[in-house]
Design a protein around this ligand. Structure first.
Ligand SMILES: [Zn+2]
Length: 319
């Protein structure tokens, strides 16, 4: 039969809450050239401005971006369609899925259980990246989403361990174990991962069958869609920033009374003629790093009860 897939395509799912370091991990995976296979990345951002895609595209691996919603809930059909298209177009041997930070891992896994996909793909790695510094905060406030990501992971990579204390790391592991007793937990800083830690040879396979009680098989009736819970504000801008102005702007984002609860900010911005920088913001951490290239500045903010007028003013008004 024409178009029939001879060999099963491996699928890796790299999940993690907003700003946990998923893209960093994927860049490591791709850079180490650990895959000798044809790889395609399907990248889902909860927001209309595709920024990670821009960053990942520098890695020379085909990247398919889905930015109009969350692949676990609001755009499930579009996700299924994209998987089929990507298989048709690129004939990949491996597909890496980066769900949005607010995606439920169980629901992303479920997508691959539909008959049509089941005969073409098999799920290999199921990874969740957990930020040591914000694990507790996220579990307390967004447990429905973040807890699900931990529960269904086969492997958990801790991020920002290089700047954490041993106690913080142990507390995070304890919290993870409360939700998932079986996952393999990797504490090596994402930037220092060696190929054996990425290869997954030692990654525990969680065997699960119908009725095992792990919730893989029961889509909950009352679960929230990401867009009922989280909001996105995004814009493109031609404004040129200086690094110090950008830093000041990012510091003020923590003022909930002015901007709402900002959980994640990222962007690519022009800092001087033909020099572009990217920024990352999560509660308690600001990163402005390196050079990249873009045609236009892009900013994406995710949070709750965002004040769009104030955000627009903050980023777009000439000072
Ligand atoms: Zn979702």
């Amino acid at each position: 039969m024409k178009g029939r897939v001879e060999k099963m395509i491996s699928v890796d799912i790299i999940s993690g809450f907003l700003g946990s370091g998923k893209t960093t991990l994927i860049k490591q995976l791709v850079k180490k050239d650990h895959f000798k296979e044809r790889v395609v990345i399907i990248e889902n951002e909860f927001g209309e401005v595709g920024i990670d895609g821009l960053i990942l595209r520098e890695s020379n691996v085909a990247v398919k971006e889905l930015n109009s919603g969350c692949i676990c809930c609001t755009i499930v059909r579009e996700f299924e369609k994209s998987i089929k298209e990507v298989i048709e177009q690129f004939k990949p041997e491996r597909i890496i899925i980066e769900p949005s930070g607010v995606g439920k891992l169980s629901e992303v896994i479920r997508t691959f259980e539909i008959a049509e996909l089941k005969e073409m793909v098999k799920i290999d790695k199921v990874i969740t990246v957990v930020d040591v510094f914000n694990c507790e905060l996220y579990l307390e406030n967004f447990g429905e989403f973040f807890g699900n990501q931990i529960q269904h992971a086969k492997t958990v990579f801790l991020s920002r361990t290089q700047v954490a204390t041993q106690i913080q790391i142990e507390e995070t592991i304890h919290a993870i174990r409360g939700l998932n007793t079986q996952a393999h937990i990797v504490t090596t800083a994402l930037e220092n991962l060696k190929s054996q830690e990425l290869s997954g040879r030692h990654m525990l396979q969680m065997v699960c069958a119908d009725g095992c009680g792990c919730h893989h098989h029961s889509r909950q009736d009352h679960h929230h869609h990401a867009d009922e819970f989280f909001e996105v504000w995004g814009t493109e801008t031609k404004k040129v920033f200086t690094e110090s102005v950008l830093r000041k702007i990012l510091v003020t984002l923590s003022r909930e009374e002015d901007f709402g609860l900002v959980l994640r900010g990222k962007g690519v911005l022009k800092v001087e003629d033909d020099v572009w920088t990217q920024f990352d913001y999560i509660p308690g951490e600001i990163n402005i790093s390196g050079m990249t290239s873009s045609e236009i500045g892009k900013i994406c903010i995710i949070g709750r009860k965002l004040n769009r007028v104030h955000l627009e003013k903050l980023f777009c008004e000439q000072v």
